[in-house]
Structure formats: structure tokens, C-alpha cells
Design a protein around this ligand. Structure first.
Ligand SMILES: Cc1cc2nc3c(=O)[nH]c(=O)nc-3n(C[C@H](O)[C@H](O)[C@H](O)COP(=O)(O)OP(=O)(O)OC[C@H]3O[C@@H](n4cnc5c(N)ncnc54)[C@H](O)[C@@H]3O)c2cc1C
Length: 457
């Protein structure tokens, strides 16, 4: 139990608000995106500025509290919240400034990607992020950042130029290629292990209107489509990104009624190249195996970025498993087809996100993100709005993962794992793990920041 007088004194030193058990908004304040996560923190602090973050870190350290840091709250394993300790919520740190001349955007640590997309789109530019715009910039970036622009522009971390970080000792430093370069290296893939990022500086790219949308094929064509996809996407121009998905067609527009609720295999495309070439680039897609639907259209990049937000609102049950994949063998494809046919709920899915093009041009030891040689990040998610489906979606996810894991590269994208333990974290960083431990020992030797895919100092 926290001493109420100490908490009161702490609260009086802040610009932001403190929420505790018994407060009317305690239950809404402890919620995160994944409704499977149900944790009861001792104190939640809504920081208003960097000074609040520094004071909160000091308070957690002095009182030896378990400390969780919440950006967008999307993490599958619920790493933005903890039991009993202190949660530092960054959602009020949401300032954004675009520098159109320098082609950069400065983003405060609690922004969501939709805020960033909105701000940069006004200048006809974007920086790589994920595929759901309600995800936090903080967690997504620090783990790597995979999305529609990966092949053309690299991971989110490949576009990170600078970060302001509040360290475990409560002091703020800047990390970049020239200032605290060891910290800058570790932040790019090492997650929230090293401190709280209060401000990110990203490079921008001229991305404005794109050609995007899904192509659907019949589920019984899945093995054939996957075999085609594994060759096609690797040879495609880097202006074209396409992630493979097994899915159920949502029951509403823009999908034709006859497809509503139907199981399909799909590729979700994003083409950012010369509009005059778009038709030619998509010709082989339209012509392959008579798709049920080819829904690619020209649209603002922000429309693509938010296309799935309505389908996946906060407050549903999510169970995650992931792997990196170097090659999609025929044997692996057979397992994918078997589990796709057993999708436990309409929102459950398997995605393969390409990691090549610009992301492959960064060396394996250049950032903490180790799997630069992988071709795809594979993620299996059991999803349902109904808590009664909890066992069903987790059983399917685990069984699916166990069947395809032997065909994987070994580790997984840390942002798409749940709580799978230290061995899995080590497998995901491979040779970079030892250097991460060194940096952790320097910046957080007592492991204050441990509610994450933890690098044990
Ligand atoms: C629906 C959905 C779709 C997704 N799609 C993608 C995708 O397309 N591409 C992709 O790469 N990932 C994707 N993800 C995974 C996502 O990257 C992770 O869930 C990530 O952890 C979310 O970040 P957050 O800030 O929202 O999460 P939070 O739960 O708030 O935080 C996650 C972790 O990051 C730390 N953290 C957050 N902000 C900061 C900060 N400012 N400073 C220090 N540490 C911080 C937290 O302490 C915690 O350990 C998706 C997740 C969901 C739920």
C-alpha cells in the first residue's frame, strides 16, 4: 500500500493529474486496448510535461514502485499498465510540429499515429508507422515499426533522427547519432527498456495520395496464392507494399454484399510510386487466379492509415503470437492453409508483413532490431469482442503458432509478442542482445524500466 500522504505530496508537485483506487475514473484509467488485460495499479499519473515525467520517475525510484509507462496502450501483453505500482501515462504529451523545409516532424512521446498522420498529411508527407492509426507512436517506434511504407522507407526506427529521453535517474538527455549514440542505438528496437521518450524527431517522405486496398481470393486458393505471393512481393518495386492476410470479409461497405462474412485470403496493398505506373504494377495481381475482388483505389494516405480502425476498436479480447520468417516453404504454407480454415472468430487473422527493401539496407548491428535478414514478420492474432471466446482464441493462436514456428527464423518482432519470457526476448535480439545488456547496465542498472520485453541488466 502506498502512503496516502506521500502520494498527495507527489501529486502537489505535478501539473498533471493523479488517479488512485477509489477515484471515479480509476477503472477507465487503468484500461488498455486489449480487454484481456486487467491490472490494478496503485497510482496512475497523467503527466502534462517533461517535468512531470522526471518527477514521476524519481517518485517511482525513491518509493521502489513497479513502474509501467503507457504511450498508446496498444501493447498486446498489456505492457503499458501494471499491478500495484505506478503508471506514467503520456497521453497529454501530444504536441506535433512539422518542419516542411527540413522534412522532419517532432512528435511528443504520448502521440498516437493518427495525430502524426493528420499533421504531416497537410504537408503532403508521411513517416513510416503501423497499419492501425490508434496505435501509440512510443511503443510502436521503440520496438521497430512495421507498416505500409516499410519497403519504400524502412522501419519507423530507420527514420528516427533524435529522441529526448528521461532516464532512470530522472535526468533528461538527447539521443541521436552524435549525442549518446549508444542509447540511440538501443532505443531503435530495444523497446521501453532505457527510459521514457518524451519527444521523437522523424524524417518525412513525400507520400500524399496512394493506390491502396485489398485483393481477395477464395480460401481454397490459399496455398496457391501464398506460393505466388512469396515470389511476387520480393520481386516487386519497393514502391509497392503488400501484406498477406487470412481474414473474414467485414459485413459492410465498401465490400460487396455477397462477400460479407466470407473467409478469404488477401493481400493488402499500398503503392506509393508514379501514378501513371499504378495500372501496370497491379496488372499481374488482377490477373492472378481470378480474384474475388480487387479493391485497389487511389486515396489519401491518411484514409489507408485509418482504414482498419473501425474494425478493431479498443476493448476487445486479443491473443498474440509472432515469428520472423525467412522463407515460406510449401510445408509452412500447408499449415497456414490448415489453420486459416479453422479461424475461431471473424476478427481473428494471420498477417505477414514484408521486411525488405529499405529495411534490408540497414545492417543487422546498426540498430537494436536484429532481424534485418528476415523477409516477413508473421503475426497470428485471435480476436473477439466477447470475453467468452477467450479460451477459444488463445487455443487457436497457440496451436497455429506451434505448427508454423518450426518453419520460422527463430525470434519474433517484440511488439507482436505477449509475455513469452526471457528466452524469447533473447531469440528476438540474437547477437544484439549482449550489447543491449551493456547499454541497459549503463542507463538503467537497477532495471526500473522492466514492464516491457525486458533486457535484464
Ligand atoms: C490493433 C493493433 C495493430 C498493430 N499494428 C501494428 C503494425 O502495423 N506495425 C507495428 O509495428 N506494430 C503494430 N502493433 C503492435 C504495436 O507496435 C505494439 O502494440 C506497441 O507496443 C504499441 O505501442 P503503444 O505505445 O500503443 O503501447 P503501450 O502499451 O502504451 O506501450 C508498449 C510498450 O512501449 C513502452 N512505451 C510506450 N511509449 C513509450 C515512450 N514514449 N517511451 C518509452 N517507452 C514507451 C511501454 O512502456 C510499453 O513497454 C499493433 C498493435 C495493435 C493492438
Amino acid at each position: 500500500m502506498l502512503n496516502p500522504e506521500l502520494v498527495q505530496e507527489f501529486a502537489s508537485q505535478l501539473r498533471g493529474r493523479v488517479v488512485q483506487p477509489g477515484d471515479t475514473d480509476y477503472d477507465s484509467s487503468r484500461k488498455v486496448y486489449n480487454a484481456m488485460i486487467d491490472r490494478m495499479p496503485g497510482v496512475i499519473v497523467y503527466c502534462r510535461d517533461v517535468a512531470d515525467v522526471m518527477r514521476s520517475v524519481d517518485f517511482a525510484r525513491e518509493q521502489q514502485l513497479l513502474l509501467a509507462v503507457r504511450g498508446g496502450g496498444h501493447n498486446g501483453g498489456g505492457l503499458g499498465v501494471c499491478d500495484e505500482g505506478l503508471v506514467i501515462d503520456l497521453s497529454n504529451l501530444h504536441g506535433i510540429r512539422v518542419d516542411a523545409q527540413q522534412r522532419t516532424v517532432r512528435v511528443e512521446g504520448g502521440c498516437l499515429w493518427r495525430d502524426v498522420d493528420h499533421a504531416t498529411h497537410a504537408f503532403g508527407m508521411a513517416t513510416p508507422s503501423g497499419i492501425i492509426s490508434s496505435t501509440g507512436v512510443g511503443g510502436l517506434t521503440l520496438g521497430g515499426g512495421l507498416g505500409h511504407l516499410t519497403r519504400k522507407c524502412g522501419l519507423s526506427i530507420d527514420n528516427l533522427l533524435e529522441a529526448d529521453v528521461v532516464l532512470a535517474n530522472g535526468r533528461m538527455v538527447t539521443a541521436s547519432a552524435t549525442e549518446n549514440p549508444d542509447l540511440f542505438w538501443a532505443l531503435r528496437g530495444g523497446g521501453g527498456n532505457f527510459g521514457i521518450v518524451t519527444s521523437f524527431l522523424f524524417r518525412l517522405h513525400p507520400v500524399d495520395t496512394v493506390f491502396a486496398g485489398p485483393t481477395f481470393w477464395k480460401p481454397e486458393q490459399m496455398a496457391e496464392v501464398m506460393r505466388w505471393y512469396r515470389e511476387f512481393i520480393v520481386a516487386a518495386p519497393e514502391d509497392l507494399n503488400g501484406f498477406f492476410a487470412t481474414m473474414t470479409v467485414p459485413p459492410g461497405p465498401p465490400f460487396p454484399e455477397e462477400l460479407h462474412g466470407k473467409l478469404v485470403c488477401a493481400v493488402m496493398w499500398c503503392y506509393t510510386g508514379d501514378p501513371a505506373q499504378a495500372d501496370a504494377v497491379f496488372a499481374p495481381v488482377r490477373e492472378f487466379a481470378s480474384p474475388l475482388m480487387h479493391g485497389v483505389q487511389q486515396m489519401p494516405f491518411t484514409a489507408l492509415q485509418s482504414a482498419f480502425d473501425g474494425l478493431y476498436p479498443p476493448g476487445e479480447q486479443w491473443y498474440w503470437r509472432a515469428d520472423f520468417v525467412n522463407e515460406l516453404s510449401d510445408a509452412a504454407i500447408a499449415e497456414h492453409a490448415r489453420f486459416a480454415a479453422m479461424l475461431p472468430t471473424p476478427k481473428s487473422s494471420m498477417h505477414l508483413y514484408p521486411i525488405d527493401g529499405a529495411a534490408h539496407r540497414v545492417g543487422q548491428a546498426d540498430t537494436a532490431f536484429s532481424y534485418r535478414d528476415a523477409r516477413w514478420a508473421e503475426v497470428i492474432v485471435g480476436v473477439s469482442p466477447d470475453a467468452a471466446d477467450r479460451a477459444r482464441i488463445s487455443d487457436w493462436t497457440k496451436a497455429y503458432w506451434e505448427a508454423v514456428h518450426p518453419y520460422s527464423a527463430g525470434g519474433a518482432y517484440v511488439n507482436m509478442m505477449m509475455d513469452e519470457g526471457d528466452q524469447r526476448v533473447r531469440a528476438s535480439y540474437r547477437d544484439n542482445h549482449a550489447r543491449l545488456v551493456e547499454v541497459k547496465r549503463k542507463y538503467d542498472p537497477a532495471n526500473l524500466f522492466r514492464v516491457n520485453q525486458n533486457i535484464v541488466p
